[in-house]
Ligand binder design. Structure first.
Ligand code: TYC
Length: 140
């Protein structure tokens, strides 16, 4: 149905809206078209129309964190933070030092799929370079 396809495309919720009351149907009048007909003029059909209302869903957010270890070089962690999390060199250094000193530190907060992609990129690049760096995501 066209209207439902429209909702699918726009991701908006249908809201039923009653039409204004229509006078009771008093049966066919002289000059009316025959049974099953209707020429679209002066129709007394009742029904509902639908109206759209923007549906704003907040995405579930996930915090991506790095974990400290004794072996991953500091420079490698800084480069990962710059490359994967788009941090400046200065911010990357601060985050790396925070993780180094406290054991864990936040790299950013993202919707599920973005967070998952970043975790995967960190873990893949750490594995390829044979570093034990760990990166995890946690629901906010
Ligand atoms: N602790 C590491 C070292 O002394 C550096 C490091 C920092 C490792 C942050 C992992 O997430 C990390 N070389």
């Amino acid at each position: 149905m066209i209207i439902n396809d429209l909702f699918a495309l726009t991701d908006e919720a249908p809201v039923a809206l009653r039409l204004a009351p229509v006078p009771a149907y008093a049966g066919p009048k002289e000059g009316d078209p025959g049974k099953g007909g209707g020429d679209g003029k002066g129709s007394t059909e009742t029904g509902t129309i639908t109206k759209t209302r923007p549906k704003t869903k907040r995405p579930n957010l996930y915090r991506v964190v790095l974990l400290n270890d004794d072996y991953t070089p500091m420079e490698f962690v800084i480069l990962v933070l710059q490359d994967v999390f788009n941090k400046s060199r200065e911010d990357a250094m601060q985050i790396m030092l925070h993780v180094h000193q406290k054991g864990v530190g936040e790299c950013g907060i993202y919707p599920y799929e973005v967070a998952e992609t970043k975790v995967t990129r960190v873990m893949d690049t750490a594995r390829k370079n044979q570093h034990p760096l760990q990166c995890v995501m946690e629901k906010q």
